[in-house]
Design a protein around this ligand. Structure first.
Ligand code: ZN
Ligand code: ZN
Ligand code: ZN
Length: 399
């Protein structure tokens, strides 16, 4: 087994499998704390156990959230390949463009770093590391081009999704992850409170201006990134993922705000509606149904309850209230490092909730051409019952 390793300097050392590990000693890294390395090592061990169970020989992760979950490193979405190669037995290797290597904090005992130079072919290196694998699991967000280029290097290999070995693990959040979600949730709750107290000016401004202000506040409250700041006024609120635009917010209408970001690697996501001026009775009526449905949905999340039953319980309230045809989406989505991830709270998902599952409960009522409304909290399933991470006022506040 040999390949060109023109960019590997003299400090490179040989691995047991004959591949050169280059530039290790030249890499300047911020080492992760011992605690971090221990967490990643534990996750890696559990992934390997799942690989053994499912007879997966090699796990390949690139761009996406499985990689930072297992290593603490987020790959740049670049045409230069970053790839973690995890054999079922044996050391994991992270191939990384040499110029990105300084950004990687090595985790002792978790993976070895393999920086590749500009004239090397990283795909063939992956092919060698994974050679002989009968089943290979591929991360969901790996670019198709890398898989297409890799396939000729792996003859007779069967491919499966990495979610089979990482998904269940990522779904069940540990206490540190739940703390991170709670902190992010508290940060957006503060902004929701400001909105409800009328501290964010609405009437006379465009949706886009209010969206920009929500985004500024999301960052000011400690998020490193804004994921979305939906602001939809009046009839625009009937489109669940409305893109905030030039529509000017008027007196006497509902304004739906759905916003969140990423804070210390974990996402926030909350929706609150306010009404500019005295609340229209028809809207108040529907909102009472929505608020009850949302409460029922939060309470339905006992450990062991199938996700679809949480959806059904929430939906039934809206159907009984006469608005069933206007609730046009699933009740919720899982959340963690990604703003939407497993488990999905939707009909057809019979997966039972487990302690540590984190997900949104966000029913909505959307009457085309008139108005729309949604109410959203993040909830964590715990042995002592569902725990809502959002605590700002759930009522339709007049501002
Ligand atoms: Zn959404
Ligand atoms: Zn949301
Ligand atoms: Zn959501």
């Amino acid at each position: 087994m040999s390949f060109s390793a023109t960019c590997v300097p003299k400090t490179g050392r040989k691995r047991a499998d004959g591949l050169l590990l280059g530039w290790q000693t030249a890499v300047v890294t911020t080492p992760g704390s011992a605690a971090d390395s221990a967490v990643y090592a534990k996750r890696m061990a559990r992934v390997r156990a799942a690989m053994a169970e499912q007879q997966i020989d090699t796990l390949l992760l690139s761009v996406g959230h499985d990689l930072p979950y297992l290593t603490g490193y987020t790959a740049m979405p670049l045409e230069r390949l970053t790839m973690l190669v995890v054999p079922r037995d044996g050391d994991a290797t992270m191939l990384i463009p040499a110029l990105e290597a300084p950004r990687v904090a090595e985790q002792q005992g978790v993976f070895e770093l393999f920086p590749w130079g500009e004239t090397e072919d990283p795909t063939s290196i992956v092919g060698k590391l994974a050679s002989g694998s009968k089943r290979v699991a591929i991360g969901d967000q790996m670019w198709a081009r890398f898989l297409v280029e890799l396939m000729p290097h792996l003859q007779g290999t069967e491919y499966t999704r990495a979610v089979d070995v990482v998904g269940a693990l990522r779904m069940a959040k540990d206490p540190a992850e739940i703390d991170a979600l709670a902190l992010a949730g508290a940060a957006v709750d503060k902004i929701a409170g400001e909105l409800q107290r009328g501290e964010i000016e609405l009437v006379g401004r465009t949706e886009a201006q209010v969206s920009a202000e929500l985004s500024r506040r999301i960052i000011a409250e400690g998020h490193e990134k804004v994921n979305f700041a939906i602001v939809a006024a009046g009839e625009n609120a009937a489109s669940p993922h409305h893109h905030a635009g030039s529509r000017v917010i008027r007196e006497g209408e509902i304004v739906l705000c759905d916003f969140g970001g990423t804070m210390a690697g974990y996402c926030s996501d909350t929706t609150r509606c306010v009404f500019t001026g005295p609340i229209d009775p028809e809207v108040a009526d529907a909102y009472a149904v929505l608020q009850t449905a949302q409460q029922v949905g939060v309470k339905a999340g006992a450990v062991g309850t199938p996700c679809e039953e949480v959806d059904r319980a929430t939906r039934q309230v809206i159907v009984d209230g006469g608005y069933g045809e206007y609730f046009i989406h699933r009740t919720g989505h899982g959340i963690g490092m990604e703003e939407h991830e497993d488990p999905y709270i939707v009909e057809g998902n019979s997966l039972p909730l487990e302690a540590g599952h984190a997900y949104s409960i966000e029913p909505g009522i959307y009457v085309p051409g008139k108005w729309g409304m949604r109410l959203e909290d993040i909830v964590v399933a715990t042995p002592s019952g569902p725990l809502a991470l959002n605590a700002s006022d759930h009522s339709l506040v007049s501002v």
